[in-house]
Design a protein around this ligand. Structure first.
Ligand SMILES: O=P(O)(O)OC[C@H]1O[C@](O)(CO)[C@@H](O)[C@@H]1O
Length: 566
């Protein structure tokens, strides 16, 4: 397939190939800088007072998501200039190149086709001339058949008992997505099955997942795109030992075939591990790890949800994909959210972005987004290798409201940092919440709305003084406000809504990477630590000499060994 879409507005580097005009040399970037200076210290209080239609105009409804972006520090002019920047950096062209299977992951020479994972049967999406949609649906069918057999208790373990506990072993993209979605969609899962997600190479993670498990009724799903990731293979090897010991079996019988399935792109490694490849569910190198939970990596999730609800989730993803692919920039939600981030990072010195879901089921959502966003856009070189001269991806963080309010919201309200935030909430509580607890939902959502209001509008010194607060306490009890938030509200946290939300953030990350001219689809930055850990490990276990170890690390290794009595 073709290489990536050529970048616009080039300058000659004098070394042959023309390079893209650096972002901060573009007139659209300069215009945004001038606009920022003109805007000065504009306050959301004024922006709302000056424009009575702001709240009504600054909303977008896409699928089941109602998005209110009126509490952002932008005007019509800001938004227009940001769209001009997106046009100049040809975000839509790169989007189209991604959707049609061009190799936009330039450093790995790969297509980026996670959108094909949720394309309906009959769509045609080609990777290197091959339509991948039939492959996607073939694997979905196999996943569905497997999920049906486990859920109906037809799948039997080595001793003839049905499966009760499913242990997903994977890390990063092979863990965070399924674990997050399982948590988010718990009310839709088979409550008679138990699910555990093991990722950490810290043996306690696997230990806790197995402490009360019966080998005869435990099924392991080993999820790894490469099937070489040291944490996953170490845990899977330990799990295999636990199973064989527990069943009193030796390798070679049918115990592994009945208790282990694999999800991977690497058939030889799966075979080498001893898993029957008939129990392997494949995906492809055009799916990035952090974009993969709607592939076979979601197998454990499909067992929990059943195939119908998994497909509903995929339909939610697809709805957002279609919107992203077709909506004009001024009504395109991923464009809007992505450009707001470009504005805050580039012109208001925001270094982080908080995602605050007002839903306990969404407790792992921000952790999932951390990999999605920070592994994608934590880059400091452009697509052609030149350094960037502008801020790229922010630090993404957050935990569910209202817990965060009693931890770090103090800093959000009165600290010196500028932290834009997304507030996520659902109008209706979980479908199986007991009636006796339903009234708490209003209280939860009241907190969401109140926080958005307090962050935006604050409380002036005058208002505080008018309440009779002693003069010396007035500064302490004043809230400057002007902290921007975007509120995303949906009817209910359903499989489809979760799909819409995840696809929204995937495409938001894409838009930002495109503007910043970075490759959002590689992750070379995680390599160095992995290589060094391999080198250091023999020093810890055997006292081996590690050439080139720096003095600080060498001394820590020595202390560690002495604390371990070695
Ligand atoms: O699925 P694998 O190959 O085990 O990789 C796990 C994770 O490791 C990374 O390569 C690096 O953290 C991620 O991108 C990936 O999701």
């Amino acid at each position: 397939m073709s290489a990536s879409t050529p970048l616009p507005r080039t300058e000659d580097t004098g070394e042959g190939a023309p390079a893209a005009l650096p972002l901060d040399h573009r007139e659209e970037w300069t215009a945004l800088g001038a606009h920022r200076a003109r805007l000065g210290p504009a306050h959301l209080r004024e922006l709302f007072a000056d424009d009575p239609s702001r709240a009504a105009r600054y909303t977008l409804d896409v699928g089941d998501l109602h998005v209110d972006y009126s509490k952002n520090l932008v005007t019509d002019e800001t938004l227009g200039l940001l769209r001009e920047l997106a046009a100049a950096t040809r975000v839509a062209d790169l989007r189209d190149a991604m959707l049609r299977g061009d190799h936009i992951n330039v450093t790995e020479d790969r297509a980026v086709l996670h959108t094909a994972l949720r394309a309906p049967r009959g769509a045609v999406i080609e990777n290197d001339g091959r339509d991948v949609v039939p492959d996607v649906h073939r694997v979905l069918e196999r996943m569905g058949d497997f999920a049906d057999r486990v859920r109906s208790r037809e799948w039997r373990g080595h001793t003839g008992l049905p499966v009760r506990r499913i242990v997903n072993i994977g890390i990063g993209g092979s863990d965070l997505g399924p674990a997050m979605a399982y948590e988010a969609l718990r009310p839709y899962t088979d409550r008679g099955l138990e699910f555990r997600f093991v990722s950490n190479v810290d043996g306690t993670d696997l230990h806790e997942a197995l402490i009360d498990a019966d080998p005869a009724t435990t099924l392991f799903v080993v999820a790894s795109k490469t099937f070489t990731t040291v944490e996953t293979i170490t845990n899977a090897t330990a799990a295999r030992g636990w199973l064989l010991d527990g069943l009193g079996e030796k390798p070679g019988g049918d115990a592994i075939a009945k208790h282990f399935v694999a999800v991977s792109t690497n058939t030889p490694e799966v075979e080498a591990f001893g898993i029957d490849t008939r129990n392997m569910f494949e995906f492809w190198d055009w799916v990035g790890g952090r974009y993969s939970y709607d592939s076979a990596i979601g197998l454990s999730l499909m067992v929990a949800l059943g195939r119908e609800q998994f497909l509903e989730m995929l339909a939610g993803f697809h709805l957002m994909d279609t919107h992203f692919a077709t909506a004009p920039a001024e009504r395109n939600l991923p464009f809007l959210l992505g450009l707001l981030g470009v504005w805050y990072g580039g012109f208001l010195d925001a270094h982080s972005h908080a995602v605050l879901p007002y839903s306990h089921y969404m407790s792992k959502f921000t952790a999932y987004l951390q990999q999605l966003d920070m592994e994608s856009n934590g880059k400091s070189v452009q697509r052609d290798g030149r350094p960037v001269g502008w801020q790229t991806g922010p630090v993404v963080w957050g935990t569910p409201g209202t817990n965060g309010q009693h931890a770090y919201f103090q800093l959000l309200h009165q600290g010196t940092r500028f932290v834009p935030a997304d507030l996520l909430g659902f109008a209706n509580p979980a479908p199986d919440l007991p009636v006796s607890l339903e009234s708490q939902h209003d209280l939860l959502m009241a907190n969401l709305f109140a926080q958005g209001q307090a962050l935006a509008f604050g409380k002036t010194a005058e208002e505080v003084a008018d309440e009779g607060v002693p003069a010396e306490l007035v500064p302490h009890r004043t809230f400057a406000g002007n902290h921007p938030t975007t509120t995303i509200l949906a009817d209910r946290l359903s499989p489809s809504v979760l799909g819409q939300l995840v696809a929204l953030y995937e495409h938001k990350v894409f838009v930002q990477g495109a503007v910043w001219n970075i490759n959002s689809f590689d992750q070379w930055g995680v390599q160095l630590g992995k290589v060094l850990a391999k080198r250091v490990e023999p020093a810890l276990s055997e006292g081996a000499d590690v050439p080139g170890l720096d003095a600080s690390t060498a001394s820590l290794v020595e202390r560690y060994r002495s604390l371990r009595g070695r």
